[in-house]
Ligand binder design. Structure first.
Ligand code: CP
Length: 313
């Protein structure tokens, strides 16, 4: 792969999941892949899991790994032809070109503005790095997608499912802050492209995800209907796509023990970080059916599968 931004970049999701599984069994089996090579992880936004799991994956493959927190640096300009006499100090043309001098893979995390729908959904930050970098680019989460999280989630579901086509429910959950749609978009995109599950998406009216991500899924607007017979409940908050960036105060959408009794003894999933007793009750996240730590563990193997698949020329 020359880039890893979405499910479309994976030649075969099934093969990537198998590869991640092999790395999990034997983490150091490809420790020569990165010998003499460098990965730069460029973060415009905070991270715990993505940062550490990607660093660990790179180290397991023998890469040198440099992580740069760009949120404390000067502002980068993304507009073509900009007259840069305001608060941006460096154009992405130079930033991407310069970083390409120092590394063999450039990994980037950038959240959406949640105010500029067109700009966010053009994924302009990630696409600019792809355009101007001369090395392969891996998304560590963009304005619209979080593909490494989704690949890890495919791995987790494949490990736990004991049915040919499990019912997987992606449900909106409450949150005090407005959040990106990226994890939810990506989860839907990967589940549908993977083709191994029946996906139901459940959210309040006004919170439907962009249709480009949900074609092929069942969309419902009440949790009782969605949860019935579910094998996996994947909880996530996202702000509105239609009333772009808006949120809603709906505490009744919490995932609790009573709702989980409607399911087929479902596993509980969340990408983390999670607000306890807002998104999910302690009883659900602390139960033996909670997979949140399995998901976090699988982030390393998903990252390793992607990094070891990149075309380094
Ligand atoms: N799930 C996830 O991406 O976590 P971080 O934001 O901590 O990287």
């Amino acid at each position: 792969m020359r880039q890893f931004l979405s499910a479309q970049d994976a030649p075969s999701i099934e093969e990537l999941v198998d590869r991640a599984q092999r790395h999990k069994r034997k983490p150091l089996d490809m420790e020569d892949v990165g010998y003499g090579k460098t990965i730069i992880n460029l973060f415009f936004n905070p991270s715990l899991r993505t940062r550490i799991s990607t660093e660990k994956a790179g180290i397991n493959l023998g890469f040198e790994v440099i992580t740069y927190d760009a949120s404390g640096g000067w502002n980068i300009e993304f507009e073509e032809g900009a007259v840069m006499n305001l608060d941006t100090a460096e154009h992405v043309r130079e930033a991407a070109g310069v970083l390409s001098q120092y590394c063999d893979i450039l990994c980037v995390r950038s959240f959406p503005s949640l105010t500029d729908k067109a700009g966010d959904y053009a994924d302009k930050v990630m696409k600019a790095f792809v355009k101007y970098a001369t090395v392969p680019v891996v998304s560590l989460e963009s304005a619209t997608r979080h593909p490494l999280q989704s690949l890890a989630d495919c791995l987790t579901i494949s490990e736990k499912s004991n049915r040919p086509r499990p019912k997987v429910v992606l449900t909106w959950a409450p949150h005090p802050r407005r959040l990106p749609q990226a994890v939810a978009n990506s989860f839907a995109e990967w589940m549908i492209a993977w083709g191994k599950v029946d996906l139901t998406i459940c959210n309040p009216e006004g919170f439907d995800l962009a249709p480009e991500f949900t074609a092929g899924a069942t969309v419902v607007h009440d949790q009782a209907t969605a949860f019935r017979g579910a094998d996996f409940i994947y909880a996530k908050n996202w702000s509105s796509y239609t009333d772009y960036g808006a949120t809603a105060d709906l505490p009744g959408w919490i995932i609790d023990e009573a709702k989980m009794t409607l399911t087929n003894n479902a596993y509980f999933m969340h990408c983390l970080p999670v607000r306890r007793n807002v998104v999910v009750s302690d009883g659900v996240i602390d139960s033996p059916r909670s997979l949140v730590l399995d998901q976090a563990n699988n982030r390393t193997w998903a990252a390793q599968a992607v990094l070891s698949s990149m075309d380094l020329g």
